[in-house]
Design a protein around this ligand. Structure first.
Ligand code: TTP
Ligand code: MG
Length: 383
């Protein structure tokens, strides 16, 4: 069954052309996958999570179990008390990842502008498709149908002119929900809903607002600008925009690789150049292969070093031209490291990285930190 609530349009000009965003979120994701893979569980209350005797918690519960008041993050012991007939299933994260990959592929077939938020939910910017003549309702229905046909799972979708409103809309008629909020109807759509539905208004803030007599988003939205500044400080504009349904936050697509690096910690600290050089060369080789694989070339080579006393530092050099060549990376890294070699100085860890990737000939201006929290060859990513 598809729940639909399409609001009539009365487009109010904001001066900016409206964007069209979908928020898509699978229903009772882990539990739905378990019911999909094991037909015996279908129609039954399923509790996915750790065992009650191990102080486990509920990751998620099927909608059959939610009727008994079971929800995510609840201790499994309490869940079993509320829903004794519930079938406890241990999570199988690899399987959820596999299904998630498939669903994200379906999202990507619709548009490249996909921002995944977790394994089972994403924002999609469908503005261009709408401008080409496909209404949001049509696109949302197609997406739901494809996910159902190709994975067997039900998807709830919200369509609106902003991420914030789309996310609230997708949650409103779960499971198998579809709510479209047309341009100009955002504030009216939000007005009767509770303030806690706004992303960023947690239970404590909601409680504080209630103490001031503000329970609905409409009541919140009607407060003067100064009131928002007093209550929310730096977040004032963002909270007010969300209350009015005028959030302009863009859909952040795939994270861009800003650096590629590799590092290694030695079993025994090394100080001998004859031993350090092959280690560094090995790291340069790993970075070069990773760059090649990704089709990237960079101008900045960075060496990271940690000494026996845990002092950690990095040294960088910028090359005249971008490279992915193992020899250039190795030789530059070695030049940097050799300046740091001293009799008696030993190293616990070495790393090599390449950044300042060149696209179409121009080197990016930005210099980003390398190696944050990395253990092996990895990408540093940012938006
Ligand atoms: P959600 O999308 O929040 O929940 P859901 O898909 O189970 O149910 P629905 O969207 O219909 O309300 O989270 C997706 C998955 O993430 C969920 O199936 C299990 C996992 N998860 C946890 O492990 N712990 C949590 O506290 C939450 C909220 C989710
Ligand atoms: Mg979900």
């Amino acid at each position: 069954m598809i729940h639909e609530s399409v609001m009539e349009s009365a487009a109010v000009g904001t001066g900016l052309a409206p964007r069209h965003i979908l928020h898509a979120d699978l229903d009772a994701f882990y539990a739905a996958v378990e019911q999909l893979d094991n037909p015996e569980l279908r129609g039954k209350p399923v509790l996915v999570g750790g065992r009650p005797e191990d102080r486990g918690v509920v990751a998620t519960a099927s909608y059959e179990a939610r009727r008994f008041g079971v929800h995510s993050a609840m201790p499994m012991r309490s869940a079993v008390r509320r829903c004794p007939q519930g079938v406890i299933v241990r999570p199988r994260f690899d399987r959820y990842r596999e299904v998630s990959d498939r669903v994200m592929e379906i999202f990507h077939d619709l548009t490249g502008l996909v921002e995944p938020l977790s394994l089972d939910e994403a924002y999609l910017d469908i503005t261009d498709l709408v401008l080409e003549g496909s209404p949001p309702l049509r696109l949302a229905l197609d997406l739901k149908r494809r996910v159902k046909e190709e994975t067997g799972l039900t998807l709830s979708v919200g369509a609106a002119t902003s991420k914030s409103v789309a996310k609230i809309a997708s949650d409103l008629n779960k499971p198998d929900g579809l709510v479209v909020v047309l341009p100009g109807e955002e504030a009216a759509f939000l007005a009767p809903l509770l303030v806690a539905r706004i992303w960023g208004i947690g239970p404590k803030t909601a409680e504080r607002l209630r103490a001031e007599g503000i329970e609905s988003i409409g009541q919140l939205a009607s407060q003067p600008v100064e009131w928002f500044t007093q209550r929310f400080g730096q977040r004032a504009a963002s909270v007010r925009d969300k209350a009015l349904g005028q959030d302009r936050e863009p859909v952040h697509t795939e994270r861009v690789t800003k650096s590629v690096s590799a590092e290694t910690t030695f079993a025994n600290d090394l100080g001998d150049p004859a031993k350090l050089h092959p280690e560094l060369a090995g790291l340069a080789g790993r970075v070069a292969r990773h760059l090649e694989h990704k089709g990237l070339r960079g101008r900045t080579v960075t060496v990271k070093a940690r000494l026996a006393d845990f002092t950690t530092f990095t040294r960088q050099a910028t090359l005249p031209a971008a490279t992915a060549a193992e020899s250039a990376i190795r030789d530059t890294a070695w030049r940097l490291l050799s300046l740091e070699l001293q009799p008696g100085r030993t190293f616990r860890l070495l790393g090599v990285g390449v950044s300042s990737f060149v696209e179409g000939g121009a080197a990016p201006q930005l210099q980003l930190p390398l190696f944050e929290g990395e253990t092996a060859v990895g990408d540093s990513a940012g938006n």
